[in-house]
Design a protein around this ligand. Structure first.
Ligand SMILES: C[S@@+](CC[C@H](N)C(=O)[O-])C[C@H]1O[C@@H](n2cnc3c(N)ncnc32)[C@H](O)[C@@H]1O
Length: 279
């Protein structure tokens, strides 16, 4: 498995810790299995930078936004880009007829398949794994796997964009907009550029780099990035703000006008209607 794919086990370990809490925000009963020992080792190695509360908040924000998007928009195809050790196919309450596509590197998907081999698929839903490199053409393999670009789709891009160079980020998000039918939704997260240079996170950032998965991309203006790539931004929330706190964020949230603050952003976007796109 590539080094960057190990980070999926790190985030799974954080979800296992949240699951163990009495006041848990969500339960991911598969997280401990897919995290394996390495996930917990990485949790120790990458300690600091508020990652554990952040991952609990990010998971909760996206869990709720995913369920809402599918219900409100009648979407029946959901694509997790860089799904990693995500187990939402098994643990979220999907409506009947949903197909969940999980895209990630081939080696990760093979390891995950072995780890979850004994898990029965819940009735009424379909899971399709699609091995790809998201910096190359991945729409062809997704189409071949059954995705219908003429129908609305929910894209989830969680824990990926900071690992890609800016050009690849812009290309990916624009591709999503260009390939989506009206009614489609995009959910995900991105960090600020200042988070890439935060002196207080230097040890953490150095570890990521030493392990072969440096953080490369951040932006102080996610709204602009998403709009430039073809999306209508419905909301951008930082952990600790209303709608993205859930009683977990331990730090103050400086106003957006304050420069050079390391930040994370959670976003929900809609596809502009055909009329707006044509204008
Ligand atoms: C931090 S994990 C996030 C996984 C999952 N979305 C989550 O939030 O738990 C990053 C994931 O990105 C995947 N990834 C990184 N670069 C990729 C690429 N070029 N193509 C496909 N997957 C990639 C890794 O394999 C890994 O599973």
């Amino acid at each position: 498995m590539e080094a960057v794919s190990r980070t999926a086990q790190w985030t799974a370990a954080a979800r296992a810790l949240e699951t163990d809490r009495e006041d848990r925000l969500f339960a991911d009963p598969y997280a401990r299995t897919v995290a394996d020992t390495i996930g917990f080792d990485l949790l120790d190695r990458y300690a600091g930078a508020g990652t554990v509360p952040f991952l609990a908040i990010r998971t909760t924000y996206l869990d709720r936004a995913i369920v809402r998007a599918v219900e409100d928009h009648g979407i029946r195809q959901v694509v997790f880009l860089a799904a990693g050790m995500d187990t939402r196919f098994f643990r979220l309450p999907w409506p009947d007829g949903v197909t969940v596509y999980e895209l990630d590197r081939p080696a990760l998907l093979e390891v995950k398949a072995d780890m979850l081999a004994g898990e029965p698929a819940p009735a009424g839903r379909t899971r399709v794994t699609v091995p790809v490199d998201l910096t190359e053409d991945w729409t062809g393999p997704l189409r071949a796997a059954g995705w219908n670009p003429a129908e609305p789709v929910l894209w989830v891009v969680e824990g990926l964009l900071f690992f890609l160079p800016e050009q690849a980020v812009r290309h990916l998000i624009s591709t999503l907009a260009g390939q989506s039918a009206p009614g489609s939704v995009l959910l995900g997260d991105v960090i600020s550029k200042a988070a890439l240079q935060n002196p207080l996170s230097r040890a953490f950032l150095n570890c990521l780099e030493e392990d072969g998965n440096p953080w490369l991309f951040g932006t102080e203006t996610p709204e602009e990035l998403l709009a430039e790539c073809g999306w209508d931004v419905r909301e951008v929330r930082q952990p600790g703000e209303s709608g993205a706190d859930f009683g977990r964020w331990p730090y103050p949230v400086p106003a957006r006008a304050v420069p050079r603050v390391p930040r994370s952003f959670l976003f929900t976007c809609d596809l502009p209607t055909a009329e707006v796109r044509a204008a």
